[in-house]
Write a protein that binds this ligand. Structure first.
Ligand code: ADP
Ligand code: MG
Length: 225
């Protein structure tokens, strides 16, 4: 089975009061096609740093990040922006939707940004909204949606560019138990059916049974329990 996301010997240090602090220490991770991995760990353990590196938002001090086999940490700024646009899908804690765009316009914007043909973009938007059970909400503004619906739109938007990798940062933090389970069930299902490698940082123990693997970030590396 192929690993669409691989982190190889990732080390990251921050300068802290004149000395270097190692936040990630030769961290390794391989996420298979179709797999959803949950990452847990106390506040300050480096989860956001880890996700930023996996998502090409931050360059590691050393080590390689491979997306579909390509070492993205060696790319220049423009190439990195392209990788983020075409290969990575992000889902944030609060859905981060644009308040003045209707649901379908949030998705069409992604199509536009990635240079997709207008007709193809519109068709893909309809398809994905239908897939995620959101077609009846396509003309709604984010303010009119429930928290669960907003996160579903965030997943839909992340899927628009057919990314290799899905990265989610506490996607259920603002949801009640039922809605949280719905959202993660959807995330796990899409990853599996569409063959994505998905990683989710979470504190939410209720959703762990829906994940294929659970890893703990401890002393800068990932530990299976
Ligand atoms: P988590 O998401 O698990 O709470 P973070 O990755 O945000 O952890 O942070 C890990 C550690 O790195 C924290 O001690 C934080 O203060 C430190 N840190 C994060 N970003 C920076 C930065 N840009 N400069 C210096 N230190 C940072
Ligand atoms: Mg954090």
């Amino acid at each position: 089975m192929s690993h669409r996301l691989v982190l190889k010997n990732i080390t990251h240090t921050f300068e802290d009061g004149g000395r270097q602090r190692t936040i990630l220490n030769t961290l390794n991770l391989q996420v298979s096609e179709g797999e959803l991995v949950a990452i847990m760990g106390p506040s300050g353990s480096g989860k956001s740093t880890f996700l930023s590196i996996a998502g090409a938002l931050l360059k590691p001090t050393s080590g390689d990040v491979l997306v579909d086999g390509e070492a993205i940490n060696r790319l220049d700024k423009q190439e990195l922006a392209d990788v983020r646009l075409h290969k990575l899908g992000f889902i944030f804690q609060s859905a981060n939707l644009i308040p003045y765009l209707k649901v379908k316009e949030q998705l069409i914007l992604v199509a536009k940004l990635s240079g997709m043909d207008k007709r193809i973009g519109a068709r893909r938007t309809d398809e994905i909204l239908r897939r995620l059970g959101l077609d009846h909400r396509s003309d709604a503004y984010p303010g009119k949606l429930s928290g669960g619906e907003r996160q579903r739109v965030a997943i839909a938007r992340a899927l628009m560019n057919d990314p290799a990798v899905l990265l989610a940062d506490e996607p259920t933090a603002s949801l009640d138990a039922t809605r949280g389970l719905d959202v993660v069930r959807m995330l796990a299902g899409e990853a599996r059916e569409l063959g994505k490698s998905a990683v989710m940082v979470t504190h939410d123990e209720r959703i762990l049974p829906l994940c294929d693997r659970i890893l703990y970030l401890e002393n800068g590396s990932l530990i299976e329990q």
